[in-house]
Design a protein around this ligand. Sequence first.
Ligand SMILES: O=c1ccn([C@@H]2O[C@H](COP(=O)(O)O)[C@@H](O)[C@H]2O)c(=O)[nH]1
Length: 312
Amino acid sequence: MSMDRLLEGIAAKQNPTVAGLDPKLAYIPEYILKESFEKYGETLEGAADALLVYNKGLIDALCDIVPAVKPQAAYYEMYGWQGVKALAETIAYARAKGMYVITDGKRNDIGATMQAYASAHLGVTEVCGKNLSAFDADALTVNGYLGSDGIEPLLSVCAKGDKGIFVLVKTSNPSSGELQDRQLATGETVYQLMGGNCETWGEKLPGKFGYSGVGAVVGATYPAQLDELRKTLPHTFFLVPGYGAQGGGADDVAPAFDDNGLGAVVNSSRGILCAWQKEKCDGGEYAAAARREAIRMRDEIVARIGEIKLPN
Ligand SMILES: O=c1ccn([C@@H]2O[C@H](COP(=O)(O)O)[C@@H](O)[C@H]2O)c(=O)[nH]1
């Protein structure tokens, strides 16, 4: 099961973190921009080339210590098809380097359309009788608020192709409570209901370490909810954004983990991407600075949760 591969990577590297690949031109060192714009002009193609070169440098610097990357689709889509091509090439490059790739697309739609999203991001697309992979990530973030028929197509694609999904449950943004904290007539909140759905959907994708192929997105900015959900969703692995730039720290994410130091993978995007600017070092050092920040983040979290052990 796909989530098992993520857990194995986390345990092997003793690192429960994922590097967010949300590149912006403002984060990319001048020498990379110059070369890409010389090659392709100051165009979308030039920008997309710069993103890819920048990402490859980061992946090379991180792949032996960080188990996973999370490219956020929006930062590629803003450069049109050229950016989307850079996304596909980033996914392929990271996977070739042994990293687990979570595409952050937050996709959802009616069942028929969701089938197309599932094929695009995790499965295969049939062309003239041949099954071709399009983006081929290991996992995709999805929005469950259209209900089960928007999730079911993903479950079959995940089962067939050894892939996983992360469903938005309690997001990290300041206004997430406007809807997600609303109390239903049953007494439970919307995010608790969605968390329960993850447990139910996950029954179709059981994993060998107790966590299913259906994970949940729960923000580091809500540590009390992380704690509560870890206790009530024993089979649901968490993707935890909100560490670093959004203010979350090791103490906030610690409740997301179980007694084996498993249960969650913590994302940092800007914290890692902009480390070289924060350190005020030369652009040529951007990948080394990202690695230093990734090590600092890993060590801070592991010091709080202890050794990560895969259950027998
Ligand atoms: O609840 C959520 C869900 C997704 N995200 C995404 O995670 C990263 C966070 O980036 P930082 O720079 O580390 O703040 C970004 O891609 C978001 O779209 C989230 O923040 N919260």
